[in-house]
Design a protein around this ligand. Structure first.
Ligand SMILES: Cc1cc2nc3c(=O)[nH]c(=O)nc-3n(C[C@H](O)[C@H](O)[C@H](O)COP(=O)(O)OP(=O)(O)OC[C@H]3O[C@@H](n4cnc5c(N)ncnc54)[C@H](O)[C@@H]3O)c2cc1C
Length: 461
């Protein structure tokens, strides 16, 4: 560990803040979104700008410190922090600049999903990304990124045009299709393995008002809803994204008291277009399925659907999650889902199936590092609860559910829906035929594996 004088030099060199365990802000600064993870870094460098990031990377490398890079701190296994090492915290690096004529958006690395949606909405634009406003745009993008606009416009990485990166040797580069193209390829799905991204340039799309919201059915209709949804999705217009959830009605306002805590199956939808077109696109859902117990789909500004879940999912809950890619949903798989969802340990625990068809599938498998372009859904099984004592049952349920549906899942999974107990074979399978190229590029850009607090791809020399 560096001594006090060395730490003091770092403190003086940073324009941002340095938090050490003795500092008043340290306890807050080390908190992660997932309260199941409790890491105590040696120091947290909350960078103010790119110069600070360069300083911090050089400091970490020269002092042989374990380095973790933190964007929004939403990683399930808490990969934005580490024990004993240096956290390079980008959360203060905020800023979104829109070029309305070019329809591009420059996003600094500390922005959340909500920061980006807020800024782009004023211009009638949006970047295809996630569905919860507090998620960090950095980690989400580097792992791939999917959300309501993905069926029509692809993953977040499919809309990435350029990234500024501080490499392991402290040098600064820009990666795009014309500059450091191999690095640009690796960044699009390869996670935080290749350097610290300080800003992203995205393509944006016209999005203003959407026709969106949840529809709930009693759980006794779950089999029928799942079978119907499986057949409906490929026929649905790509402007419509409906994801399926198995969960319980939250026992809180504004949900009707008489259904609090009831197990349900839900389709949560977002149609990018007019209310009339959205209603038309969703007509089959309302016409061909049994009567719902709640239908809150209606016109709203895009940032409203993007922050719909925020009040239910504040920072500080216990999370254990596992993900998988699903290519098809045979009746036998639905049966296993229903059996396991029925054992859900807490009211907040969920299973979601997010569509990955349409534009996501039209990108060739080796065009970006993201290895699975033939899945229909990205599934997440998330055990969630405020009570730390529930952590063991969240884990047990998540693991056994995930194992039960493995026979119906593709190899590997979405790196952003993995914990840290998956193993290298699983990670390798997630990248499929792209893994060897990623390992070779890791050797080129980070030969000593300085950036290893992530779903780590070890350098292949
Ligand atoms: C409530 C919730 C909702 C979610 N919804 C979605 C969704 O709709 N769609 C989706 O695709 N995913 C979703 N996710 C998953 C999300 O993409 C991951 O949790 C992602 O890691 C979050 O990024 P972050 O910057 O907040 O995380 P962090 O914990 O800060 O970082 C995650 C990883 O990325 C690395 N990293 C972060 N920033 C940088 C950077 N600038 N340079 C280099 N490496 C960096 C970190 O080192 C770490 O390995 C959701 C997660 C949660 C908790």
């Amino acid at each position: 560990m560096p001594n006090d004088a060395v730490n003091a030099k770092l403190r003086a060199d940073l324009r941002g803040q340095l938090f050490e365990p003795s500092d008043a802000g340290y306890a807050d600064a080390r908190q992660l979104y997932n309260a199941m993870i409790d890491k105590r870094p040696h120091m947290i460098a909350r960078c103010a700008d790119v110069a600070d990031v360069i300083t911090a990377v050089n400091f970490g490398r020269e002092n042989d410190l374990l380095i973790a890079v933190r964007g929004g701190g939403h990683s399930g296994p808490g990969l934005g922090s580490c024990n004993d090492g240096l956290v390079i915290d980008l959360s203060a690096m905020k800023g979104v600049r829109i070029d309305p004529a070019a329809r591009t958006v420059r996003v600094l690395a500390g922005c959340t999903q909500g920061d980006v949606d807020h800024a782009t909405h004023a211009f009638g634009l949006a970047v295809p990304a996630g569905i919860v406003s507090t998620t960090g745009i950095s980690g989400l993008t580097l792992g791939g990124g999917h959300g309501y606009l993905s069926r029509k416009h692809g993953l977040t990485i499919d809309n990435l045009l350029e990234a500024d990166v501080v490499l392991a040797d402290g040098s600064f580069v820009t990666a795009s299709s014309t500059q450091n193209a191999d690095l640009f390829w690796a960044l699009r799905g390869g996670g935080g393995n290749f350097g610290v991204v300080t800003s992203f340039l995205f393509r944006a799309h016209p999005v203003r008002m959407v026709y969106a919201g949840p529809i709930f059915w009693e759980i006794k209709h779950a089999r029928q809803v799942m079978q119907w949804y499986r057949d409906f999705l490929p026929t649905a217009r790509e402007e419509l994204c409906s994801f399926l959830g198995l969960k319980a009605v939250p026992s809180t306002d504004p949900f009707p008291r008489e259904i609090w805590g009831k197990k349900i199956v839900t389709l949560i939808s977002c149609y990018n277009g007019t209310a009339e077109d959205g209603e038309e696109a969703m007509r089959p859902i309302r016409k061909e399925l049994p009567a719902s117990i709640l239908d809150w789909v209606g016109p709203m500004p895009f940032p409203a659907i993007q922050s719909l879940f925020d009040p239910l999912l504040p920072k500080g809950l216990q999370w254990y999650w596992k993900g998988a890619f699903i290519k098809s949903l045979p009746d036998a798989a639905i049966h296993v889902h229903l059996e396991n969802a029925a054992k859900s340990p807490t009211e907040l625990s969920v299973v979601h199936l997010y569509p990955l068809d349409g534009a996501v599938q039209r990108v060739p498998r080796n065009a970006t590092a993201w290895g699975t372009r033939d899945a229909t859904w990205s599934m997440v099984i998330a055990g969630i609860d405020p009570d730390p004592k529930k952590a063991p049952i969240l884990r047990t349920w998540g693991r056994s559910y995930w194992e039960a549906v493995q026979p119906y899942s593709a190899d590997g999974g979405y790196v952003n829906f993995m914990m840290d107990d998956e193993g290298e074979a699983h990670l390798r399978a997630s990248y499929g035929g792209n893994f060897e190229r990623l390992a070779a590029l890791k050797a080129k850009y980070d030969p000593t594996n300085l950036f290893r607090c992530n779903q780590n791809i070890r350098p292949r020399c």
